[in-house]
Design a protein around this ligand. Structure first.
Ligand code: FAD
Length: 402
């Protein structure tokens, strides 16, 4: 292609531009981004950025500063793409038309909001640098904090509040934190991490109303409880940013639907939180909201886009990490069935648990066992058997207890 356009200037968009040049693409490269900023790194926004003093610097993605010069990318920041004509190979940015030969969609996801929260000061979601600055400022002021949702982001906000010595309540509609991501038994172990750190975690209960005049004053729960609050952080998941693609001929179904090679339509590919693709490793359709996937998927998508004749399927074992109260949670694979602990024990400071699907090792969850996770991820990528997983556990435990 002569002109490649990438839409979405964050992790996946940046990795795509870097990879295009690394692959030897010398044509015109344009990066369109809704935010004013050069791409920055989101994971620190709910971790060090909230809890550390003095205020950390904006979390950098090092290659971002090379976009304009070394990578010779035409940057169009601060305005969102608003429409796409797939047949005509034209992208709309408001009134401006940009024609392309090949297009990569990397518009990520936007946080879900609670209805009725739009006009209340002190109610935030956490996705952007601006969101993180607002939440940080409220925590610095010693806010009485209610977090809605015990997912990654909600749990990390709660742990930042506790690090600052502030009382915090988490309201979670499911029976445990992260139940969909790790299953029920492991979710209970993560609940105990909250309890041991004096976070008031309330599960199986929803939010009935956010109350206040002008600013948030309290949260009413579906069980009738009322919680006083001057900061509410809503972490109830994100929706893929595809609204602007409605009416294009692309298939949209909780994301931009792609084939195994990440192709969404003629000369159109997708990567990162916005992309739903047919995973050849698990034979299911997946859409992930994890850092590692965004980085790796963008690199594969751009290679396939630059040379469709040699395109290959995107192989990937899902992987995420999250940091709660100084503890590192890591997960790889799929959370099928109920896991079995093979090192340490639930409700302690360190464990490794394995997930089984038929005869196959399908997932692994670790708490504070960083040396384990990638070894098991490698096994899952090779479609190893359950017995292979147990053998690895036995050999690693032998090393640890020797
Ligand atoms: P995004 O980062 O969402 O970027 C998409 C970009 O596209 C945005 O800048 C958006 O403004 C822009 N955009 C949207 N629509 C348009 C449009 N129409 N035109 C132009 N631009 C548009 N993952 C982990 O694995 N571990 C973690 O610990 C972890 N922590 C996280 C903490 C926070 C606070 C957040 C928000 C995410 C965290 N993640 C974590 C997830 C990880 O950051 C994401 O998976 C990753 O950012 C996805 O990258 P992306 O480029 O696909 O999408």
């Amino acid at each position: 292609p002569g002109h490649v356009v990438v839409v979405g200037a964050s992790l996946a968009g940046l990795r795509a531009c870097e990879s295009a040049r690394r692959e030897g693409f010398t044509g015109k490269l344009t990066l369109v981004g809704a935010e004013e900023h050069l791409p920055y790194d989101r994971p620190p926004l709910s971790k060090a950025f909230l809890q550390d003093d003095p205020m950390p610097e904006v979390p950098r993605l090092p290659a971002a500063s090379t976009l304009a010069d070394a990578l010779e990318v035409d940057l169009r920041l601060g305005r969102p793409a608003t429409g796409l004509d797939v047949e005509g190979h034209r992208l709309l940015i408001g009134e401006t038309e940009v024609s392309y030969d090949a297009l990569l969609l990397a518009t990520g996801a936007s946080p879900r909001r609670l209805p009725g929260s739009e006009h209340l000061a002190g109610v935030h979601t956490l996705r952007t640098l601006e969101d993180a600055c607002a939440v940080r400022a409220a925590l610095k002021r010693g806010a009485k904090t209610v977090v809605v949702g015990a997912g990654f982001i909600g749990s990390e906000v709660a742990s930042a509040a506790r690090k600052r010595g502030l009382p915090v309540t988490i309201v979670e509609a499911q029976p445990t934190p992260l139940v969909r991501a790790v299953g029920y038994r492991a979710g209970e172990a993560l609940a105990s991490l909250h309890h041991r750190n004096d976070t008031d975690l309330r599960c199986d209960v929803g939010v009935e109303a956010l109350q206040g005049s002008g600013s948030i004053e309290s949260v009413r729960l579906t069980d009738g409880t009322e919680l006083a609050a001057d900061l509410v952080v809503v972490g109830i998941g994100a929706a893929p940013a595809t609204g602007w693609l409605e009416g294009s001929s692309l298939t949209l179904d909780d994301g931009v639907v792609c084939d195994e090679q990440l192709r969404a339509g003629p000369e159109v590919y997708a990567a990162g939180d916005v992309a739903r693709w047919l995973s050849p490793d698990f034979d299911v359709v997946l859409r992930l909201e994890h850092w590692t996937n965004a980085a790796e998927q963008a690199a594969r998508a751009i290679r396939n886009l630059l040379d469709p004749g040699t395109a290959t399927a995107y192989h990937h074992v899902p992987y995420f990490w999250s940091d709660w109260y100084g503890s590192r949670i890591q997960f790889a694979g799929l959370p099928l069935g109920e896991p079995v602990v093979v090192a340490g024990w639930w409700d302690t400071d360190a464990f490794t648990a394995l997930y089984r699907h038929g005869d196959r090792l399908i997932g692994v969850l670790t708490l504070n066992r960083r040396a384990d996770i990638m070894k098991y991820r490698g096994l899952i990528a090779r479609q190893a058997s359950w017995q292979d997983g147990l053998n690895l556990a036995a050999s690693r435990n032998a090393v640890l207890t020797r």
